[in-house]
Design a protein around this ligand. Sequence first.
Ligand SMILES: [Zn+2]
Length: 60
Amino acid sequence: MNACLNCKKTEQEIPLLQMRYQQADVFICPQCLPVLIHKPANLAEKLPGLENVQPPQHEH
Ligand SMILES: [Zn+2]
């Protein structure tokens, strides 16, 4: 069963967003999406390579 890469909630518990990363399908829930957006390096443990991704410049 598919589960959020960060919190491990399954698609039975919460809607999951499907993404592609390095030729694989990855899933993340809406609650964890901000982590991927703002602090992608925090997910480097689950998605190797993200430690090099810098968050975009904030405009505010
Ligand atoms: Zn999650």
